[in-house]
Every structure is written in structure tokens, then in C-alpha cells.
Design a protein around this ligand. Structure first.
Ligand code: GRF
Length: 207
């Protein structure tokens, strides 16, 4: 049984996709042991509570000192005894102590086809605004391992989504979630839980 900690900042629809996939058997042999948020009022925390999952809020308000905040995040993770950390809309860049400690055991979902529309500042609606501005005809989502960089780690799964003529950032964001994010994030967790994801020279091999 793979113990998972999920880190969130917002609505938690990707967390919900994981909860539902575990409940209906699309993910085997994995359990969400804790949901950690940097926002006390994140709706994701309510989703976790409704599913009977332990929660922890680690906020900057409670830890104005950045170092103390980073330490509290690491402590919340370590206490959970999670073997895999899933960033599901977590809007904090992880400190190096965490990326080092959990090397190869942290994954993130990003709402574009990396390496397009990613890196610093590319989160939320901004990603889709930039995709529309550039006029791409295809976008999508990416699940990748997290390293010290921003959206630079090895890619595990990607799924493409077509841009439609009258898309707004909001309609595109929604379609990318429905058609890509909520599918490939549980798929990636299922692959990892099944021991089917192997790192080879900085690239992912699916067994
Ligand atoms: C998603 O678009 C995800 O790709 C990004 O943050 C958003 C989180 O949405 N990293 P939700 O909180 O899972 O609904």
C-alpha cells in the first residue's frame, strides 16, 4: 500500500479525482494519508475532511519566517509517513530540503504541455491566457516529477486537448481539467503505485 500526501492551495478538483479513483478502484494499493494546505480556507481541505482524510494547514500567517514555514511543511510531510507526495494545485515553490529529501517521490500536475507555458509565474488562468494569446491549437496537461527547478522535472504523462474557436481562459481551463488533468493525475498515481514508473537518465520509462 502506497501512502500518499497531497498538497493543495485551492479548490481541490484534482484531489477529488484522486479520492474518487481510489474509491472506485481505478487506483489500487494506494491511500491518501494526509492533505496539506498552505491556505486554511482552501476548499480542498473540506473535500479531504468529507472523505475522512487527515488534514494539516501550514500557513505563512502562522509562520511569517520563511525558514520556519519550510520546516513546518517538511514536518507535516514527515509526520504523515507519506512515500509519495502529490502537488495538486499547490501554489508554493517547495524548498530544497523537501525536493532533496523526497527526490523522485514528488509529482505535480501542470495545466499545459510542458515545456510550453510553464515555469515561474505560469499557474492558474495565466497558463491558459498565454496559450490563447499565442494561438496554439492544442494544449493539455502534464504530470511530472518535481526537482529543484520550476516545472523542469522528468515528464511522466501528458494528454493533449484541442483549443476551440470561442475559448476563453476559463472555458479552456475547464476543458483541460476535465479531459486531461483529472485523468492523467490518477493514472500516474496508479502507475507509480504499481511500480511501473522508472527513471532512466533523467527520463521516465513506463514499464
Ligand atoms: C490545476 O489546474 C492544476 O493543474 C494546477 O492548479 C490547478 C488546481 O486546481 N497545478 P484544483 O485545486 O485541483 O481544482
Amino acid at each position: 500500500m502506497l501512502n500518499i500526501a497531497v498538497m493543495v492551495s485551492g479548490g481541490g478538483t484534482n484531489l477529488q479525482a484522486l479520492i474518487d479513483s481510489i474509491a472506485d478502484g481505478r487506483i489500487h494499493d494506494a491511500k491518501i494519508v494526509r492533505v496539506i494546505s498552505n491556505k486554511k480556507d482552501a476548499y480542498a481541505l473540506q473535500r479531504a475532511e468529507q472523505a475522512g482524510i487527515q488534514t494539516a494547514a501550514v500557513t505563512r500567517a502562522d509562520h511569517p519566517d520563511k525558514k520556519a514555514f519550510d520546516e513546518a511543511l517538511l514536518k507535516a510531510l514527515e509526520e504523515s509517513e507519506a512515500e509519495l507526495v502529490v502537488l495538486a494545485g499547490f501554489l508554493v515553490v517547495l524548498p530544497e530540503e523537501i525536493t532533496r529529501r523526497y527526490k523522485g517521490r514528488i509529482i505535480n500536475i501542470h495545466p499545459s504541455l510542458i515545456p510550453s507555458f510553464c515555469g515561474e509565474g505560469f499557474y492558474g488562468l495565466r497558463v491558459h491566457e498565454e496559450a490563447l494569446k499565442r494561438g496554439v491549437k492544442v494544449t493539455g496537461a502534464t504530470v511530472h516529477f518535481v526537482d529543484e527547478g520550476c516545472d523542469t522535472g522528468p515528464i511522466i504523462l501528458q494528454k493533449a486537448v484541442y483549443v476551440e474557436k470561442n475559448d476563453t481562459p476559463e472555458t479552456l481551463q475547464r476543458r483541460v481539467m476535465e479531459q486531461a488533468e483529472w485523468k492523467i493525475l490518477p493514472e500516474a498515481v496508479e502507475l507509480i503505485a504499481g511500480g511501473r514508473v522508472k527513471l532512466n537518465n533523467g527520463r521516465v520509462e513506463i514499464l
